[in-house]
Design a protein around this ligand. Structure first.
Ligand SMILES: C[S@@+](CC[C@H](N)C(=O)[O-])C[C@H]1O[C@@H](n2cnc3c(N)ncnc32)[C@H](O)[C@@H]1O
Length: 214
């Protein structure tokens, strides 16, 4: 097992959570991310959170927007383990689930999709599959908003985030994606799209957030 998960397991749930928060704060301010993302959420939004991770980012988002209902999926079995109990009723967890599997079983369509720090964990060769799922969803929901939060390569903080993803988190396939590459990828696979960038890149460089719309 990689160093990060081993340390978290050794520390136990409480200390592990605190250590995870401190570690993550070196690379990203989750409150700034929540502020950027929530500006694109309509009232009482149904949000599909792809690659939800430990749930810390959702806590910040739902603190600002308790009207939002979230379905969070992840290819990992461990999902949203740090979600605060007060948000349980408005979050549905789908561990060990891909977007394609979700689309085959979903009974309610999301209005917004969020990919926060997920794309750089998806190897370039696997990205078209994920984009094919987003294209299917756009066919069903023409007004869909797709929000991507990721890290612009080219600074010491971005380099450190990538290095720790590889050697502490243990994902050797990490491949950073710039805003320019992201926009090229989305417009290539999803057809004509408009996009809007938040000011996250200025508030918490090199973190960025871009929303895509038809
Ligand atoms: C760095 S974490 C981000 C977690 C959360 N979104 C956040 O911002 O705190 C990346 C997560 O994406 C998940 N993931 C990677 N590829 C995925 C895919 N193709 N579909 C769904 N989840 C994926 C990983 O298992 C991991 O939990």
């Amino acid at each position: 097992m990689a160093l990060g998960p081993t340390v978290r397991r050794f520390l136990g749930p409480r200390l592990g959570r605190t250590a995870g928060r401190c570690y993550r704060a070196v690379f990203v301010d989750l409150d700034e991310v929540a502020q950027a993302v929530t500006t694109w959420l309509p009232p009482a939004a149904r949000l599909l959170d792809i690659g939800g991770g430990d749930g810390e980012a959702l806590n910040r988002l739902l603190t600002r927007r308790p009207d939002v209902h979230v379905t969070t999926l992840d290819t990992s079995a461990l999902l949203a383990q740090y979600l605060e109990p007060r948000f349980e009723a408005q979050v549905t967890r789908l561990p060990c689930t891909t977007l394609a599997q979700y689309l085959d079983q979903a009974t309610e369509e999301p209005q917004v999709v969020l990919l926060a720090d997920v794309l750089h964990h998806v190897p370039p060769a696997a990205r078209p599959d994920l984009l094919a799922g987003l294209a299917r969803l756009l066919e069903r929901v023409a007004s869909l908003r797709i929000i991507v939060k990721d890290i612009e390569p080219g600074s010491w903080r971005a380099w450190l985030a990538c290095w720790t993803d590889r050697y502490i988190t243990g994902d050797r396939h990490v491949d950073p994606i710039s805003r320019a590459e992201l926009i090229r990828l989305f417009t290539t696979h999803l057809g004509e799209l408009r996009w809007q960038e938040s000011d996250l890149i200025r508030r918490d460089h090199p973190n960025y957030a871009v929303a895509f719309f038809r």
